[in-house]
Write a protein that binds this ligand. Structure first.
Ligand SMILES: Nc1nc2c(ncn2[C@@H]2O[C@H](COP(=O)(O)OP(=O)(O)OP(=O)(O)O)[C@@H](O)[C@H]2O)c(=O)[nH]1
Length: 277
């Protein structure tokens, strides 16, 4: 027995086992039009630093670890280069466990681009991994969790997109969260976006596992009972001013019912994996 243990084959097996027992990273793709601040946002989260200017053609997967609810979580964040070609997007969307759609509050085009991107996310995401209910109800909880984020909130004078519009668009597009941030000025809001999304992802996953294991047939009525999907409630919140930079539109405890809770890149672009401590 000892001989088998120390043989090269068993050493290899041991290595494979220890690798597979490591926690799987949480993969987040950052999508959005050129210049909205995707790289600044990603680097801020991974390093806490704000760096003003980046090579727009540089595309990277950053890795870092954060402790969320007393658990260490490995993040892989794919900072896309804003090319938004459909074939490229498909690869990014299929790679990701969750997606952050970023727009610039001073640029309405970038806001509209998020609608197109969400449409593509819906059509490209690996629905099969979530599909455990009937077709109609899987639309309610199926798909990948997507957060909508308006960046550059510090540029109030140049603002073109108001927070209410962001909130309403997030509801329309069935995003699980809406945030406004200033990557330049505030790090905590940036961290909240990622942590929130992770918490939502975990809850969605747990919910689906428990559904599939118990083979419970949930009615669509139960699934959509949360007010998070209610555009009227959302509008009421907007009217009452219940939004601010960094505010979220739904409660993590209701994640299972919050709307569309629905590879490494190979391209001519330069790529790298960066590990942040
Ligand atoms: N005022 C302000 N400027 C910001 C903020 N975040 C990013 N920027 C600036 O916006 C510009 C674009 O930022 P990037 O991070 O390169 O944007 P990107 O989306 O990665 O751009 P591409 O790589 O071309 O897709 C840079 O000059 C940043 O300094 C912010 O919160 N406030």
């Amino acid at each position: 027995m000892d001989i088998i243990k120390s043989s090269p084959g068993s050493r290899l097996l041991k290595k494979i086992n220890s690798k597979s027992s490591r926690t799987r990273p949480f993969k987040v793709a950052i999508l959005g039009q050129n210049g909205v601040g995707k790289t600044a946002f990603t680097v801020r989260f991974c390093t806490r630093r704000y760096i003003g200017d980046y090579d727009p053609d540089l595309e990277r997967i950053y890795t870092c670890q954060r402790v969320i609810q007393d658990t260490p979580v490995d993040f892989e964040v794919w900072d896309t280069a804003g090319v938004n070609e459909n074939s490229r997007l498909k690869e990014q969307i299929r790679w990701a466990d969750a997606i952050i759609l970023v727009y610039d509050v001073t640029d309405r085009c970038s806001f509209n681009e998020c609608t197109r991107l969400k449409f593509l996310i819906n059509s490209f995401s690996r629905k099969s991994r979530w599909k455990i209910l009937s077709d109609s109800s899987s639309d309610v909880i199926g798909g990948i969790p997507v957060a909508l984020v308006g960046n550059k909130a510090d540029r109030e004078k140049d603002r073109m997109v108001h927070p209410e519009e962001g909130t309403n668009r997030a509801v329309q597009l069935k995003c699980v969260r809406f945030h406004e941030v200033s990557v330049q000025e505030e790090i905590d809001d940036v961290i909240t976006v990622f942590e929130d999304l992770y918490i939502i992802y975990r809850k969605m996953k747990k919910f689906r596992v428990s559904l599939s294991s118990s083979k419970t047939s949930l009615t669509e009525e139960k699934l959509v009972s949360s007010s998070d999907d209610d555009p009227e409630e959302c509008e009421a919140r907007s009217r009452s001013g219940d939004f601010r930079r960094g505010t979220i539109i739904s409660d993590p405890d209701n994640v299972s019912s919050s709307g569309d809770i629905s590879c490494r890149p190979r391209s001519r672009r330069r790529e790298a994996i960066y590990t942040m401590s």
